[in-house]
Ligand binder design. Sequence first.
Ligand SMILES: Cc1cc2nc3c(=O)[nH]c(=O)nc-3n(C[C@H](O)[C@H](O)[C@H](O)COP(=O)(O)OP(=O)(O)OC[C@H]3O[C@@H](n4cnc5c(N)ncnc54)[C@H](O)[C@@H]3O)c2cc1C
Length: 389
Amino acid sequence: MKFDIIIIGGGLVGASLTVALKDSGLKMALVESRLPAPLPDDASWDSRIYAISPGSASFLQEHDVWQKLDRSRFSPVSEMAIFGDDHASHLNFNAYDIGMSELAFIAENRQLQTAVWDSLESPAGNVEVVCPVQCTSIVWHESHVDVQLADGNLLQTALVVGADGVNSWVREQAGIEFSKYAYEQIGLVANFSTEHSHRHIAYQWFRRDGVLAFLPLPDNRVSMVWSTTEAQATELRELSEAELCQRVAEASEHTLGELQLITPPVGFPLNFVHVKELVKPRLALIGDAAHGIHPLAGQGVNLGLRDTRELVKTLNERGLQTDCGDYRLLRRYERARKEDILALELVTDGLQKLFANKNPTLTRLRNLGFEITNQLPLLKNRLIQHALN
Ligand SMILES: Cc1cc2nc3c(=O)[nH]c(=O)nc-3n(C[C@H](O)[C@H](O)[C@H](O)COP(=O)(O)OP(=O)(O)OC[C@H]3O[C@@H](n4cnc5c(N)ncnc54)[C@H](O)[C@@H]3O)c2cc1C
């Protein structure tokens, strides 16, 4: 079986790339090792919730994915309220101030995943979804790549796209160098219903024990992401429902009143991954396979979708170049993406380290930084513009 592109990894980023290229005339295979979880019959909420930027939402809309989402299950964010750890300093971003109707949309992972997968089918028949199947080996040749699957099938392609997440197997097979370290933190996620309305405000508290965020869900519900030490995450998970609600309400300074747990807490280990190269001859990396960042900015999927948008642009504008795996062509994608990725890696990693540091001088400085930034509309504007893409 011969393809122009084989995309390995059908998470949000890899599946979105496939959808965005399905009218390009290129013959593609999407290889995914796990069948996506079906939507539940009941009205229960997914504990994996994403803040989707307006730029990502427009991209998904352009490819008829956004329209498939159930509007009653996602919520716009019109304001962000960020607090320092001195109970006084704060930083506010308001959509109204920058002439936007929202700063982001909060949506469930499984809703997004289902909408993207439902859009994979191509009337031209140029998309092959190979799932659930594991890849067992990749052999790189000068003119093509052989991808061996566990079911015995051998696929041949001009370009492999690694979209297989933060522990990318494809990245390893290509011998791409990367640096990785564990934050020694867990991202604890859970959903709550709240006594008071969130008024479409996303809250974030930079605390001495980590970063606590509330993302608004429809009606009086929020999704919590508490990035905290492994010890505290274990302790929180062992609490009774009532105790956990009390602890989270206290940590959030009772901003939304009393809380009730809707979905049990689930923990994700947090890692930083910086990849030295995004491309090699016949290979491009996108999404978490290309970068692993701390979730405090809620930007991982958005960064991955920006990779997707750029790779689609590079491939669609290849002109007379018929070989999608051509290294010079792929370098254009890499050059266009490096700055954005590096900027977000530095900001998220820097903020995480700044707030993990217990030095009292730094404590004063970082809180002062919030206050100063809050007084500077131009700086605020520049910061928020980046997050809107
Ligand atoms: C606590 C937490 C909160 C977050 N909140 C946000 C947020 O609010 N906003 C945001 O933008 N981002 C957020 N993120 C980041 C976000 O989760 C990731 O950036 C995103 O899931 C990356 O998507 P991906 O498609 O690149 O990778 P993944 O979602 O990891 O998908 C990779 C896919 O590849 C498949 N795969 C793996 N290996 C193979 C193989 N060998 N063969 C075939 N298939 C394979 C896997 O089964 C999987 O489906 C958060 C992360 C955490 C941990």
